[in-house]
Design a protein around this ligand. Sequence first.
Ligand code: AMP
Length: 453
Amino acid sequence: MAMGFIKKILGKTEEATPSQKHSKPPQKNNKGARPNKAKSSPSKSNSKPKPTKKDPHAGWTLEQFKVEPCEGKKRFHDFDLDGRIMHAIQDLGFEFASPIQSEALPLTLAGHDLIGKAQTGTGKTAAFLITVLQKLLSTTPQERYASEPRALVLAPTRELAMQIAKDAEGLSKYTSLNVVTVVGGVDYDKQRDILQNQVVDILVATPGRLLDFLQQRTVFLDQVEMLVIDEADRMLDMGFIPDLKRIIRGTPEKSVRQTQLFSATYPYDVVALSESWTYHPKQVEIEPESVATDTVDQKFYSLQEVEKDATLVSLLSQPDMGKAIIFANRRDTSRDLADRLNKLGVKAMLLSGEVAQQKRVKTLERFKTQNKSVLVATDVAGRGIHVDGITHVFNYNLPDDPEDYVHRIGRTGRAGTSGTAITFIDEYEAYGLMDLETYLGKKIMVEPAPTKE
Ligand code: AMP
């Protein structure tokens, strides 16, 4: 199996570099210095509860996952993936690869490093996870120790990290791979115990907490075969680059590991970092417009600042309103808005950086499970929201940065469904519209806000 994968890489790759790096033996550890040596044989390579009764994948064949070929679209069948991954993909209801998956998978499965320009909503998480899983299932290390992940996924926010881990669990449900999440704000001792005592296959982490564990020698990154850096631009905005540099220094050198880096935007610093962290990378780009405009009906309402609350309450009471998310530009604006909405009879939840982590997780869970629910969020908190079935996104304020606009409205109209984005434009915000028009490359039509009957 392991050889099969290497052969496949060699067969498909024109340049020698990516394949060479994956045929190198794993780096040697200084295991003697490690506090914990919870060794495990590859066949028992995790501490997940063992499936006691029947293997739920047993008996499944690819024949059972029928997707008729369709011109212009790639099926997951076209990538020669492990049956356990295909079975999970079938359960998730995916039929065709999304554009980023169609472009990225042939490259990353062949062993290339990747720089992807794509944002949430494009299916980029599955794109990088499928490659990670395929690679992990294709090779079996001789010996495994606790504290040594084989794949590391770095994300800027806890919500995003938890979502990625959830997606990884979904895609790996028919395997025995162990997915572990390390995020700040919660469960320090629990996370440390897991790292020290379990054989970790995929570690999904936010930089701060991971660096802490790295410095405590609770985790070792020198066995990382696959590194994924998600939302690199947001990492930069949030000041994580120094932490990230230290973390990445702990992984094998870039010619040995496979690195996938994703960012919605490429400011100069992200370009420079991408180049320094990847090895002869291939690049794929999914235009934001294809996400932003295709499936989201975008409306811009002109109104005065003082009219915003009443207009919002009125729109939220419309019969077609399902799950709605309201973005405001600042934490205090979000908090005050959520308070006012609750006083006006709209049950609104709040998700912002100032809300304690445990509460944020609960809020997100409630938002997901209730059919009609309203969430007020800031951009940073909102980035991690991957909730299906959001019918409306409101921009209570026009975001200062046009990229945030695209991120916000991408919370709706996900994975082929349609959604509505309503942006309030008051007397001051009208000035920001030109930047957004330039960014979107199209004229924005502003209409008067509907008045209450
Ligand atoms: P992401 O961009 O990774 O946040 O993914 C956005 C959403 O698309 C998630 O809800 C995924 O489950 C879903 N998704 C990813 N890939 C596919 C696919 N090939 N077909 C249908 N839905 C998908």
